[in-house]
Design a protein around this ligand. Structure first.
Ligand SMILES: Nc1ncnc2c(CN3C[C@H](CSc4cnccn4)[C@@H](O)C3)c[nH]c12
Length: 228
């Protein structure tokens, strides 16, 4: 069993690299992939760079070139649900693309022919997460995460995304990772810790809480690796 752990930004995987043994790194398709061992398990860790295209490329390389059997995503997100505060964890039951729009042809937002608005993540991995959270006394929200190639810092855009997709959080990579995993039949798990509320203060909060929230998510992901 080879486990891929992916983030979008260096800060999202830095807390992971230091925990690996026998680490070797390789450059491929303008990305660095760190191979190592965590608690006896083979892992490959990489950050994609920001946005759906880079995330889809890295997810594909982790699976097709590094032969990973499952993919765990660790990172931060903007909150939509009022329940989610900075540092809180959310796992994606499903993910959608809020900036995918061919409504001019009568299709719903986030839909393209032969696709689906909401792509589901792996139920078994989500169950493991809930077991880990219970053991550690951590609150874990499960919901819909909306992905788009925009840093959202606008209450109106946030509200529209929340209402249109019934989304609880938003970010810029998860849905494209889930689409790649779904197409390649690889179990996918997307975990995010809240760094901001996608409102007028988003960029300030993001800068302040990126590092601490990324650590919360990375720590939880490592606890999950022990249980997989
Ligand atoms: N409000 C929000 N909207 C959209 N996405 C997010 C995220 C999640 N990540 C963080 C990062 C923001 S862009 C970026 C660009 N330059 C520096 C840092 N981040 C991108 O990888 C998506 C956290 N809050 C979000």
């Amino acid at each position: 069993m080879k486990i891929a752990i992916m983030g979008a930004m260096p800060e999202e995987i830095e807390p992971l690299i230091g925990q690996l043994e026998n680490v070797s790194s390789s450059l491929y398709a303008s990305n660095t992939y760190y191979e190592g061992i965590y608690k006896g398990k083979e892992v490959v860790v990489a950050y994609s760079k920001i946005g759906k295209v880079f995330a889809a490329l890295t997810a594909t390389i982790l699976i097709e070139k590094f032969d990973c059997d499952i993919l765990l995503f660790s990172g931060v997100a903007g909150a939509i649900s009022e329940e989610l505060k900075i540092g809180d964890l959310i796992i994606a039951e499903g993910l959608c693309q809020h900036d995918l729009d061919i409504t001019a042809f009568g299709h719903p937002y986030g839909y393209v022919p032969e696709g689906e608005v909401c792509v589901k993540t792996d139920k078994h991995l989500r169950q493991i997460a809930k077991t880990v959270a219970e053991k550690k006394g951590i609150t874990l929200k499960e919901g819909v995460i909306a992905t788009g190639d925009q840093f959202v810092a606008d209450p109106e855009r946030k509200k529209w995304i929340g209402e249109t997709f019934k989304a609880d959080a938003l970010e810029m990579e998860g849905a494209s990772v889930a689409v790649v995993c779904d197409a390649l039949n690889v179990p996918c798990f997307i975990l995010r810790a809240i760094s901001d509320s996608a409102d007028m203060d988003a960029s300030f909060n993001f800068d302040e809480f990126l590092e601490s929230s990324a650590k919360v998510s990375a720590g939880f992901i490592l606890s999950m690796v022990e249980e997989i």
